[in-house]
Write a protein that binds this ligand. Structure first.
Ligand code: AHR
Length: 500
């Protein structure tokens, strides 16, 4: 059976905030060291930033970059990470049982972002696990105050005359998780988040603040956590965070392919919770969502790896290698985010390099694109503008986790120039999916491109030895005629159909 939907410019979801295409650099494994930063590498510049990685980061199209964690941030002492490198202390990183050398710190991170280009903006996480209001204020003053105070002058003395201009701040990380150093109850966290937010706004009322939501929808405190935290912070914060990672469990690939069903439910549940608190407070303000950690992550393998560590520097950790199937799921997660662009205004693919990442590197060697690189890069490039409301009529398939799920998952974005890009996933592992889209009043006359990521081997992946084994290819037979788009989506495929 054919999957169908209608596009009409009168029916829209909302405008895409560019920060939906954010990413995440954590001091974890080799994300920073031998990932982004590798002094002495043939492609590294004078600051030790790898130029080959920088090129791929630009091509990926990342916007907001969250830093320095993650779980790492709950032990982070910002002052260790600034000033003369030779004087910076080595510290135990409790989150990842590693040694942090602090050779790469705040100033190096900001300089990395400036090298990416103006589209990249910092999203700085604060340590509310082992530290509190005072340290958050000190970091804000050091980073953002122009000069004439002890901490801002210290930044200038350290070589950074211009303030870092950090607008977006995370009030801690995953504070609901028992694994988090300094884990808190919702009431305890709500209080420290509110106090920190209030004080930060005394320095700068314009800061944008993200309160910690749940670290997953399956957390026992989910929803109650958000409600309690927002009751304390509603007027003081702009966003609440969501984190979600997906993997096939017990070989259940069909449910894995429908992971976006869970992601969309999670988003809708958090929106409902935010709006419920808003109603209780009789507030007209809306809290937006920052999906600041999301990805495919073979997490069930991680705990064992971390417990076995004996405080190494930059160990190989969480270096998942992604297949075509993983890329199709990641594309579907991107579709889920775009479909909720009215409320999800920040999202960060966790993470950027080496650690569950679209970009991989070899120390002293090359950098390459994982399969998951392509859907992200294409969505960031063509997914800017107004999201059109897509309601699919699709054949379904049975999943153990989510019951009957649509074979087609899709969204469409209309750019400022009127061009429309359809992003679509065929979840079927066995058959092609015919697609028929009615285009009402959009003035579209041609198919510019139909790009597909699919492979006869759904387990195919890019590796150090074969870095270009999987790349998108052009689909055949896609037509636009008399206001109808018709295409056939290959089995297990990610599709980008550009119309003008
Ligand atoms: O992204 C990896 C880890 O996942 C982060 O450090 C943490 O916030 C989450 O649990």
């Amino acid at each position: 059976r054919t999957a169908r939907f209608t596009l009409d410019p009168a029916f829209t979801v909302g405008t895409v905030d560019p920060r939906l295409f954010g990413s995440f650099v954590e001091h974890l494994g080799r994300c920073v060291y031998t990932g982004v930063f590798e002094p002495g590498h043939p492609a590294a510049d004078a600051d030790g930033i790898r130029g080959d990685v920088l090129d791929l980061v630009r091509e990926l199209g990342v916007t907001a970059v969250r830093y320095p964690g993650g779980n790492f941030v709950s032990g982070y002492r910002w002052e260790d990470s600034v000033g003369p490198v030779e004087e910076r202390p080595r510290r135990l990183d409790l989150a990842w049982r590693s040694t942090e050398t602090n050779r790469f710190g705040l100033s190096e991170f900001i300089s990395f972002l400036r090298k990416i280009g103006p589209q990249a903006e910092p999203m700085m996480a604060l340590n509310l696990g082992t530290r509190g209001v005072a340290e958050a204020l000190q970091l804000q003053e050091y980073a953002n105050h122009p000069g004439g105070t002890a901490l801002s002058d210290l930044r200038v003395e350290h070589g950074d005359k211009d303030p870092f201009g950090i607008r977006l701040w995370c009030l801690g990380n995953e504070m609901d998780g028992p694994w988090q150093t300094g884990h808190k109850t919702a009431a305890e966290y709500g209080r420290i988040a509110a106090e920190t937010a209030r004080a930060m706004r005394q320095i700068d009322p314009g800061v944008q603040l993200v309160a910690c939501g749940s670290s997953g929808r399956s957390m026992p405190t989910f929803a109650e956590w958000e409600a309690t935290v927002l009751q304390e912070t509603y007027d003081l914060v702009d966003h609440i965070s969501l984190h979600a990672y997906y993997e096939p469990l017990d070989g259940d690939v069909d449910s894995f392919l429908a992971s976006a069903v869970d992601m969309e439910t999670f988003i809708e549940d958090v929106v409902a919770t935010c709006d419920h608190v808003g109603a209780r407070l009789k507030s007209r303000k809306k809290i937006n969502l920052s999906f600041d950690e999301w990805n495919v992550w073979y997490m069930s393998r991680t705990q064992e790896q971390v417990s076995a560590l004996d405080w190494p520097e930059a160990p190989r950790l969480l270096e998942d290698s992604y297949s075509v199937t993983d890329a199709v799921v990641l594309g579907s997660l991107l579709i889920a985010l775009l479909r909720h662009a009215d409320r999800v205004t920040v999202a960060c693919l966790a993470q950027l390099v080496n650690v569950i990442a679209p970009i991989m590197t070899e120390p002293g060697g090359p950098a390459w694109r994982q399969t998951t690189f392509f859907p992200f890069a294409q969505a960031s490039r063509y997914g800017r503008g107004e999201v059109l409301d897509v309601r699919v009529d699709s054949p379904t398939y049975a999943t153990a986790k989510y019951g009957e799920a649509d074979l087609l998952h899709a969204t469409a974005v209309r750019g400022e120039d009127g061009a429309v890009t359809v992003f679509a996933v065929n979840r079927s592992r066995t058959g092609p999916l015919p697609l028929d889209v009615a285009l009402n009043g959009l003035g579209l006359t041609s198919v510019v491109e139909h790009s597909v990521l699919a492979d006869a081997d759904p387990d195919a992946r890019n590796t150090l030895d074969e870095p270009e084994r999987v790349v998108p290819h052009a689909a055949e037979g896609t037509t636009l005629d008399g206001g109808r788009l018709t295409a056939v989506l290959e089995p297990l495929s990610w599709n980008v159909i550009r119309l003008a």
